[in-house]
Design a protein around this ligand. Structure first.
Ligand SMILES: Nc1ncnc2c1ncn2[C@@H]1O[C@H](COP(=O)(O)OP(=O)(O)OP(=O)(O)O)[C@@H](O)[C@H]1O
Ligand SMILES: [Mg+2]
Length: 449
């Protein structure tokens, strides 16, 4: 479709990927839908690639949702993220116990419908719940007749041979609509360009990071002249320079997920808004739509790994108490069960987690490479629980909206990223896969958000 215009890409070494994405998007706009599998290692730059693609496309219908690493994944998690942009019937379904068959057909209608070409991004699909995987399987077989492009983003290093996403990709492989893209590490030349104007030795930076974009930007954002041996070291060095109160706020946020409402962090940590602001100033977290969010999931994992187990359990207990006191239906039971499990509160696990067999979602532990133990319970698909997330008593947001994250992360200022070290970044895969230290973003409207 010739009307598709694409501006310049601001990322290093991603012109080829942009050309491919643009070609497939044009085909989708012309009525031949596409399903694009975008893989790459943790921190390779998958998310910013797809974000940048959406940005340079400009004014298109973009639906975006993420999966998250809860021990009991929330069914249709990504669709719930998109809910506000979906048609009322489907939105309505997602607020109650969604019938998966009906939800799948309604989503197909969304993509067939007259709302114009649609770009649908499923982020972090390596954590996808079973209902979402079934949805992708269903849509993949029908997308050819839709003016839509589904982009499924996943960490290659988390998808082992028996991972459900690998199985799905195998099932879809023969379909003519499927395209694949692998996001590579940055070259030494690109790393050197990013390091221009800093005191860092670019060759050393490349040697240590292996061109992992997250690690590179994390090191450069810190403004030091030496390169830490691992991403984890880079993150923790930065966190270590926080005042104790700010560190407590940071630890509380790490237990709550990748993002949380500032009032919730304050309630769980017992710290003031200023402490959270200090974390923002240090470049570890950012204000994001009224919430605070880690600059990257890998930063959260590094912080989480450094919290002593007893203290982590205490923070989860506190999170459970605060969130459990919210009005019924406001917080996903799966989220409460997750905190209960990590706090080792058996009674609360039983109270909040729906019985086995009541949901269409798969066990988190079946994800190869994640190392997450099989959840003892599963959550009910579509169960209400993503409430308004208003701060009790109207507590003001801890972080000023002035400090919003940069939309274009091509340059490392402010620093993002973290975990894993060296070339293979083993701690990214390992740390990211450990139960109890790998929780993601709460759903929209959830106070944890
Ligand atoms: N091509 C690039 N040029 C410059 N910087 C980049 C590039 N790709 C990524 N970055 C930087 O690296 C960071 C990490 O990128 P991103 O969040 O997209 O990684 P990811 O592959 O999605 O990681 P994860 O698997 O953990 O979700 C970005 O915030 C950005 O600062
Ligand atoms: Mg990402």
């Amino acid at each position: 479709m010739d009307k598709v215009t694409v501006g310049p890409c601001t990322l290093e070494e991603r012109d080829g990927e942009m050309v491919s994405l643009t070609r497939w998007w044009r085909e989708a706009c012309a009525g031949t839908g596409r399903l694009v599998l975008v893989g790459g290692d943790a921190g390779a730059g998958k998310t910013v690639l797809v974000e940048e693609f959406g940005r340079i496309l400009g004014d298109v219908r973009l639906l975006r949702g993420s999966s998250e690493p809860l021990t009991t994944p929330i069914a249709f998690g990504p669709l719930r993220d998109m809910a506000h942009s979906l048609s009322p019937p489907l939105r309505q379904k997602l607020t109650g116990p969604a019938d998966p068959v009906e939800a799948r057909h309604l989503m197909l209608d969304e993509l067939r419908g007259g709302a114009g070409p649609t770009l649908v991004v499923f982020e972090d699909a390596h954590w996808a719940d079973e209902a979402t995987l079934d949805l992708l399987r269903f849509l993949g077989r029908r997308i050819e007749a839709c003016p839509a492009m589904l982009v499924v983003v996943y960490r290659q290093d988390e998808v082992g041979a028996r991972h459900p996403l690998r199985v799905l990709a195998g099932d879809l492989a023969a379909l003519p609509v499927v395209r694949r893209l692998t996001v590579p590490m940055l070259s030494e030349a690109a790393v050197a360009r990013l390091a221009e104007g800093t005191d860092i030795d670019p060759a050393e930076l490349y040697r240590r990071t292996g061109g992992n974009a997250f690690f590179v930007t994390q090191v450069l954002g810190d403004g030091r002249a030496t390169v830490p041996p691992t991403v984890r070291d880079a993150v923790l060095a930065r966190a270590a320079r926080l005042e104790p109160g700010a560190r407590e706020a940071l630890d509380a946020l790490a237990c709550l997920g990748t993002r949380a409402a500032p009032w919730l962090v304050e309630a769980v940590s017992g710290r003031a808004a200023d402490d959270l602001d200090a974390c923002v100033d240090r470049g570890l977290v950012a204000a994001d739509d009224g919430a605070v969010a880690f600059r990257h999931e890998l930063v959260r994992v590094a912080v989480m790994e450094a919290i002593p187990p007893g203290r982590a359990a205490a923070l989860h207990r506190r999170a459970l108490a605060v969130l459990g006191a919210r009005p019924p239906g406001e917080v996903e039971p799966a989220r409460l069960a997750d905190h209960a499990e990590r706090a080792d509160d058996r009674a609360a696990v039983l109270a909040y987690a729906p019985p086995r067999g009541t949901t269409g979602i798969h066990a988190g532990g079946s994800h190869g490479g994640r190392g997450t133990p099989p959840p003892r319970t599963r959550s009910v698909p579509g169960q209400p629980g993503r409430g308004p997330g208003r701060p009790p008593g109207g507590t003001r947001p801890a972080v000023s909206s002035r400090r919003r994250p940069r939309r274009r992360p091509a340059r490392p200022a402010g620093g993002r990223r973290g975990v894993a070290g060296g070339r293979r970044r083993p701690s990214a895969g390992r740390g990211a896969g450990r139960a109890g230290d790998h929780r993601g973003a709460p759903g929209p409207g959830d106070p944890a958000r």
